[in-house]
Write a protein that binds this ligand. Structure first.
Ligand code: LLP
Length: 432
């Protein structure tokens, strides 16, 4: 993160807090959340997209403290479940600043969002549109709606996190005509207010041409709606997905550049179709919280494993693993790591950092050079774990989930406490 540096003894200091002290006080593993870094990334988007709306995507990581930071920094919040809505409301978020996503929101979730006065509900199926009409009618309310469309863009990212190609569950297809029909249906319903189109092409994307292509297709549809239905939709959301650097090979786009490119393309296309440009919004999650967190682990054991042809690999086992970071196992994600408690003059050796879970795919960092004397009691920090790590954490093997510790100006603050074995047993109705 932005404030990370080394102490005189070679330990890692984040937000003015030495990770040795943090672990001594709070234990390991722990997610270390750098408040200044989070806020400055949120602010960078806020500033760059000054005439637009920025929704922080809570699925990347959400807790009440983060909701408050997001609101304080002038961002809105994208939620995609009743649980995320509950966190946002509990944190005191203004419901008007919430956008509610999901391809299968339940009746209860929709009801709650409607009654709370959520600012926009992004609809994803004809069933959902009908459901919303009914729920709004019963309550005498008008639901503000955006229509999720599939832009038909092949985003260059992992298959599981690409979302704008045709053969997947999200959105209404533009090419098949389903998107236009959905928009027309929303427009006809007195219980729904048609805000605009929404597209999210995928996640961890570096090539901005995907956003441009999506914007072009969306504006073409936007113009058709203006032409054939006589409505100028006020908004257009281009989703999130902006990539971050997990290793030094990645080269992320900066918010100012993204804002310039998106505005340019939307204005250009709107001029071409002679329609008024809608207000743009975006939904970055990873790009705000990803780099603001590192996970600190303690090393438990080290093992040399012989490979073919006389080679060997050093397996460094830490006290967490796929339960606190599933991304390596699930998406073949690349992470880096560093020794976090001391200097070591020993020669770096190629190591694989693995967890404590009962399967061989439990890898945290596939390949990293660590000092050859790394051993039990050392601390290892993995940067870039803010997005989709705590939020996708599990209790696999009944391992309690680590806490999230915010650091700032040399102070620590527990924003999500460590799970205990009692927490794990709480749901077990047979436990005494
Ligand atoms: N908006 C919508 C509608 C989304 O579905 C997503 C992410 C975002 C915004 C935020 O995307 P971001 O800016 O964070 O890339 N678990 C996967 C990522 C799944 C993303 C799901 N949707 C991972 O760990 O890479």
């Amino acid at each position: 993160s932005g404030t990370a540096k080394k102490s005189a003894e070679g330990s890692l200091v984040v937000g003015g807090v030495d990770l040795r002290d943090l672990v001594a006080e709070h234990g390991s593993p722990a997610y270390v959340l750098d408040e200044d870094d989070f806020r400055s990334r949120a602010r960078a988007f806020r500033t760059a997209f000054k005439d637009m709306d920025v929704y922080y995507a809570g699925k990347a990581f959400l807790c009440t403290t983060v909701v408050r930071w997001v609101m304080e920094e002038g961002l809105n919040l994208d939620i995609c479940s009743g649980g995320e809505l509950a966190v946002a409301l509990r944190a005191g978020a203004d419901p008007k600043r919430l956008g509610f996503h999901g391809n299968n929101k339940s009746v209860q979730e929709l009801t709650r969002a409607l009654e709370a006065g959520v600012g926009r509900i992004i609809v994803d199926s004809l069933f959902e549109i009908d459901r919303l009409i009914e729920l709004a009618a019963e309550r005498g309310l008008v639901a503000p709606v955006m229509v999720r469309v599939t832009a038909g863009v092949e985003a260059h990212t992992h298959e599981y996190i690409a979302t704008a190609h045709e053969d997947q569950k999200f959105g209404f297809s533009i090419t098949s005509g389903a998107a236009f029909e959905a928009v027309a249906k929303v427009n006809e319903a007195a219980e729904l207010e048609l805000l605009g189109l929404h597209s999210h092409i995928g996640s961890q994307i570096f090539d901005t041409s995907g956003f441009e292509l999506a914007a072009k297709r969306l504006i073409a549809l936007h113009a058709r709606v203006s032409d054939e239905l006589g409505v100028d939709m006020p908004e257009l959301d281009l989703g999130g997905g902006f990539g971050i650097a997990y290793t030094t090979q990645d080269d992320p786009a900066d918010p100012a550049q993204l804002a310039t490119e998106m505005t340019k393309i939307v204005e250009h296309e709107c001029r071409a179709y002679e329609v008024e440009a809608p207000r743009i919004s975006i939904e970055p999650g990873r790009a705000i919280v990803g780099p603001a967190v590192c996970t600190v682990y303690s090393v438990g054991t080290v093992k040399e494993v012989a490979l073919d042809a006389g080679a060997s690999r050093t397996y460094v086992s830490v006290d967490g693993g796929m339960s606190d970071n599933i991304r390596t196992a699930l998406y073949d994600a690349d992470y880096s790591c560093t020794l976090a408690n001391r200097y070591s003059g020993t020669t770096p050796t190629l190591a694989r950092v693995v967890g404590k879970h009962c399967e061989s795919g439990d890898i945290v960092v596939k390949d990293e050079f660590l000092p050859s004397d790394v051993g039990p009691g050392d601390l290892v920090a993995v940067p870039g774990t803010g997005a989709y790590c705590r939020s996708m954490a599990s209790n696999y093997n009944h391992v309690p989930r680590p806490p999230v510790i915010a650091v700032k100006d040399g102070q620590t603050r527990v924003v999500v406490r460590r799970e205990t074995e009692d927490d794990l047993l709480l749901l077990d109705m047979g436990a005494e």
